[in-house]
Design a protein around this ligand. Structure first.
Ligand code: NAD
Length: 487
């Protein structure tokens, strides 16, 4: 049996050793999951809610243990890990509590043509859902698929990132305590090959969170069997500071949005567009506060190391390119990259075509660009091929600006707030992906609508028979002309 180690990104110490699931092992997990799906589906919403609540309670009670594990395996400070668990617990609670209302059978109106019918729609589980997760938020991110897919009545085969398998196993172990009868949530571990095997293993839907490049491979693999996919990819989120913004609050939010978790956040702030009237003050407050933020190995650091060495190379390349093409670092600079850490870097005057503005950096770096007005800000924000989240600081026009930004989510006068509201759907446009986790849309993402219509009595005008009266179509056409044909 082939194995791999997950390691502490600071010390290199082995955290745990895992099996590399090959095609056969992944296939066997999906076969087991299919039996479990039948059983879980038949339990019904109320019993599933009870089991999911038990899972949620166990995670909530033991969140300290989980946050410690996240610190060792991914490097993030314990407080950040704790916050992530808090959000995940809220999502399980919401999905469990709302699944019956959102997905359960309900009557719908018959409309003009079929008054003799009684119609219902319900949302049935797919069966087995494959979930492939990233390392940057190893609890919160997969939970957006796990909790919602499970609440909808599916079994799930979960492949966590090879950088954070121990966190994935912890979640699956707690679930097995709440649901010991069947492998309703099971774990397969490994890297790209294991993920690719899961795409081809006969799952009924595949929920992928990770980079845009990998998402394309996942879609291509799933296309072979017409397996539907939910795609949650990276972003290049921007924060707009309008002329009537609370500039200190905007600077504080931009700093945290950009640097927390070492910038390794899909909805992290990577670009700021500040209007001319407040630009200088914004940069002054931001640089002042950014120089006080420091990464480190301690559980109480502002943020931790870059989780993977490859990510350091991306940050270096983006800085190099920005500085070579006229950008200036007003906080930090090239020397800020000191593996495995990157100190905060704030760049100004970076041309819009630089990689630091167009590509996902995924590091604690931020570009700040002066714009004439909010319209120019919206134009530049929307020039990105990504469109995940966004933030706007301001008063009179802020909500309007938030609506005009091409993204799945936006928060006004805060950052990332939408991620903590379980009822709000979460997902991207363009290279950030499609489909939604969270909220009612997130539950429906993991279920198929099933429509049933029952004839209550024979229609007075029978249309769907070869024995229909010649007057029947004329009568119905006359009715439709009367109701819909008026100018
Ligand atoms: P990644 O694309 O390298 O890997 C993601 C997952 O896909 C991992 O589990 C990996 O093992 C697996 N994988 C790799 N190759 C595969 C293949 N050919 N077939 C199937 N699976 C394969 O991403 P990452 O570096 O782990 O995560 C960081 C990325 O995730 C960033 O771009 C970040 O923005 C994004 N992200 C998005 C969200 C969101 O909700 N939109 C949330 C968190 C992270």
């Amino acid at each position: 049996m082939t194995t791999f180690d997950s390691r502490d990104p600071v010390t290199g110490d082995v955290v745990a050793t895992f099996r590399v699931y090959d095609d056969a092992a992944v296939g066997a997990a999906v076969v087991d999951a299919r039996r479990a799906a039948q059983w879980w589906g038949e339990l019904g919403f109320a019993e599933r809610r009870r089991r999911l609540t038990a899972w949620k309670s166990s995670i909530a009670r033991r969140m300290g243990e989980l946050a410690d594990l996240m610190h060792h395996e991914g490097g993030k400070p314990v407080a950040d890990g704790t916050l992530e668990v808090v959000l995940a617990v809220e999502h399980i609670a919401w999905a469990a509590a709302h699944a019956a209302d959102v997905l359960g059978r309900r009557r719908v109106r018959t409309g003009l043509l079929m008054p003799n019918q009684a119609c219902t729609v319900e949302y049935q589980p797919y069966g087995v859902v494959g979930v492939i997760g990233p390392w940057n938020y190893p609890v919160y991110t997969p939970m957006g698929s796990l909790a919602y897919a499970l609440a909808a009545g599916n079994a799930v085969v979960f492949k966590p990132s090879p950088h954070t398998p121990a966190v994935g196993r912890w979640l699956v172990d707690r679930f097995a305590e709440a649901v010991p009868e069947q492998p309703v949530l099971s774990l397969v571990t490994g890297a790209a090959d294991t993920g690719a095997a899961l795409c081809r293993a006969g799952v009924d839907k595949l929920a992928f969170t990770g980079s845009t490049g990998t998402a394309k491979k996942v879609m291509a693999a799933c296309a072979e069997t017409l397996t539907p996919v939910l795609i949650e990819c990276g972003g290049k989120d921007a924060l707009v500071v309008d002329a009537d913004a609370d500039v200190a609050a905007a600077a504080d939010a931009a700093l945290w949005g950009a640097m927390s978790n070492a910038g390794q956040t899909c909805i992290g702030i990577e670009r700021v567009y500040a209007v001319d009237a407040v630009y200088d003050e914004f940069v002054r407050v931001l640089t002042d506060r950014a120089s006080q933020v420091r990464p480190g190995p301690e559980p109480t650091a502002d943020y931790g190391p870059m989780t993977t060495p490859e990510q350091l190379d991306v940050v270096r390349r983006h800085l190099d390119d920005a500085l070579a093409r006229g950008g200036r670092a007003v906080v930090g600079g090239f020397a800020s990259v000191r593996a495995p850490y990157v100190d905060p870097v704030v760049l100004v005057d970076v041309p819009e075509e630089c990689a630091a503005v167009t590509e996902e950096t995924f590091g604690p770096t931020l570009t700040v660009t002066r714009v004439r007005d909010a319209d120019e800000a919206v134009r530049l924000v929307n020039a990105s091929r990504y469109g995940l989240g966004a933030a706007v600081f301001g008063q009179a026009r802020a909500v309007d600006i938030a609506h005009r930004i091409r993204s799945g989510m936006a928060s006004v006068n805060s950052v990332i707030a939408f991620a903590a509201v379980p009822a709000l759907p979460f997902g991207g446009v363009g290279d950030s992906g499609f489909g939604r986790m969270h909220g009612a849309d997130g539950l429906r993402e993991f279920a198929r609508p099933k429509s049933v219509t029952r004839q209550r009595f024979a229609a007075p005008i029978r249309l769907t028979t070869f024995r229909r009266h010649p007057m029947a179509v004329r009568a119905i056409a006359g009715l439709v002309r009367l109701v819909h044909g008026r100018r």
